[in-house]
Design a protein around this ligand. Structure first.
Ligand SMILES: Cc1cc2nc3c(=O)[nH]c(=O)nc-3n(C[C@H](O)[C@H](O)[C@H](O)COP(=O)(O)O)c2cc1C
Length: 204
């Protein structure tokens, strides 16, 4: 598929049919994600691959709010046979940038213009979402509620220096309901692109 087609076709899919995804497709999704850029080539990310029904069920139990979080949205999502949890390590970046070629030996967080650990893991997640589209499947990136981060990490033995930034539910698409958020409409280039200066619309 052409890149523009992949990009334009990508949608967060929240409803899946009950059909497994071939393991080599999941391999490809993950491998592509590992080609994301990362600051200082730190690659301070990790991905938990859950592709067995029992593991997926344990994920939903650990990551859902006490009421079970069983609204109509998550109902369709829970049928996804694959969950990939994307995790980032701030410590990996602080350590990497303390190396001689970077030299931030104080490991001061104030040096960071933005949390690159989360940005890079998000970039890897984006490549995975696009690969899913290219494979003719659907996916949704969604957050794990902060109060469920601890239970999730405990359930899956995630070490202290890694924290989930979100999860991808992946599977074969079922007819989807549009997210109410889409009513907001896509912001146009003229609204968000500033040419030459803030508010600039053309080369002036
Ligand atoms: C960082 C991030 C977190 C998101 N969290 C959720 C979520 O928790 N639940 C959900 O249903 N969708 C979630 N979404 C999906 C957005 O609602 C969706 O991307 C947006 O409405 C635009 O729709 P589209 O991606 O289908 O174009 C998230 C997207 C991003 C980028």
């Amino acid at each position: 598929m052409e890149l523009t087609d992949v990009v334009r076709r990508r949608r967060m899919v929240r409803n899946f049919i009950d059909e497994p995804v071939a393991p080599d497709v999941i391999d490809r999704v993950l491998e592509n994600g590992l080609h994301a850029p990362s600051a200082g080539f730190s690659q301070g990310w990790a991905f938990l691959r859950l592709d067995e029904p029992d593991a997926v069920a344990r994920f939903w139990t650990a990551a859902s709010p006490p009421d079970g979080g069983t609204d109509s949205w998550s109902e369709g999502m829970r049928r996804a046979p694959v969950i990939i949890v994307a995790m980032s390590s701030k410590q990996a970046y602080l350590r990497r940038y303390a190396e001689p070629d970077k030299g931030w030996t104080d490991q001061d967080e104030a040096r960071w213009p933005a949390p690159y650990w989360d940005i890079d893991t998000g970039m890897a997640s984006m490549i995975m979402l696009l690969t899913v589209v290219d494979e003719g499947l659907g996916a949704c990136f969604f957050g794990i509620p902060p109060e469920r981060t601890g239970p999730f990490c405990a359930e899956f033995g995630v070490p202290d220096d890694y924290r989930p930034i979100g999860a991808l539910a992946i599977g074969h698409k079922a007819p989807d309901r549009r997210s109410p958020s889409l009513k907001r409409g896509r912001r146009t280039a003229s609204e968000v692109v500033h040419r030459g200066r803030w508010g600039g619309t053309s080369a002036e």
